[in-house]
Design a protein around this ligand. Structure first.
Ligand SMILES: NC(=O)c1ccc[n+]([C@@H]2O[C@H](COP(=O)([O-])OP(=O)(O)OC[C@H]3O[C@@H](n4cnc5c(N)ncnc54)[C@H](OP(=O)(O)O)[C@@H]3O)[C@@H](O)[C@H]2O)c1
Length: 225
């Protein structure tokens, strides 16, 4: 993929308060080709008022009619997601991980967005027997079917990084992943959230035409320091 080519642009970001989204936000605000970042969040971004190029809009994702007309941007990045445990049920998980991003994607497309970038997950597959992978795969397929000029999908494996909340499964996976890294094929190795964010922000800056799916090994390469 070629290096950044795009001139000034407005980027819509959802998930900016999360692990990957926080790194994406920081990198976008450091990127001189990024004119403005519209971050839709359900609570205000801490210290967000310090950044003149950041337009943080606090919204209720359950009430899209209140914010659907506030998403006009050249590019949109989605790093929003929850866990089945946090959401409380499969239905609630689906509403957040499938419903919210799809609503945002539709609104962004209607408002003229040309490039949608989605942080999905390793194993995403609309035909998977695993519920999480199926929802991620269904979302990818639904977004690809919308008709954006460009769609970029990132499928990271287990994320590394400092998370404020404790997720036991993630910690076990991270420790095992670090110890056994040499024995794990690159595509399955844990990847740092910062690296994922860098891959997303570089892909947005390159803004190459067409669609692409980056698996975790490609993310690790493209997002490397
Ligand atoms: N964890 C992993 O190892 C892993 C691996 C591969 C892919 N992924 C996927 O990568 C993406 C980013 O992961 P991450 O670990 O960076 O996520 P994260 O830290 O959990 O952040 C998720 C973001 O989504 C927002 N969000 C969650 N539930 C919401 C709700 N009900 N309403 C509005 N906003 C909500 C959060 O907002 P608040 O701050 O307000 O909660 C936050 O901004 C997710 O789609 C995830 O499924 C994760």
């Amino acid at each position: 993929m070629s290096r950044p080519s795009v001139e000034k642009r407005t980027v819509l970001l959802v998930g900016a308060t999360g692990l990957v989204g926080g790194h994406i936000l920081r990198l976008l605000l450091e990127d001189e080709t990024c004119d403005r970042v519209i971050a839709l969040t359900r609570s205000a971004i801490a210290g967000g008022e310090d950044f003149s190029r950041l337009d943080n809009r606090v919204v209720d994702f359950e009430r899209p009619l209140e914010w659907l007309d506030q998403v006009a941007a050249d590019q949109a990045i989605c790093a929003l997601g929850t866990t089945i445990k946090k959401a409380g049920s499969r239905e609630a998980f689906r509403r957040v991980d499938f419903g919210y991003p799809l609503t945002i994607a539709r609104a962004a497309l209607n408002a003229g967005c040309r490039h949608f970038l989605l942080v999905s997950a390793m194993g995403a597959d609309a035909n998977s027997r695993i519920f999480y992978n199926r929802i991620k795969g269904e979302l990818e397929a639904a977004i690809l079917a919308l008709g954006f000029t460009r769609v970029s999908i990132f499928r990271p494996s287990l994320l590394l990084g400092d998370r404020r909340e404790f997720r036991a499964g993630e910690v076990v996976g991270q420790v095992l992943g670090r110890w056994l890294a040499f024995a794990i094929p690159k595509r399955y190795r844990p990847v740092h959230a910062r690296t994922v964010a860098a891959a997303v922000v570089r892909t947005a800056a390159a803004d190459a035409s067409g669609n692409r799916v980056l698996d975790s090994d490609a993310i690790a390469e493209w997002g490397a320091d």
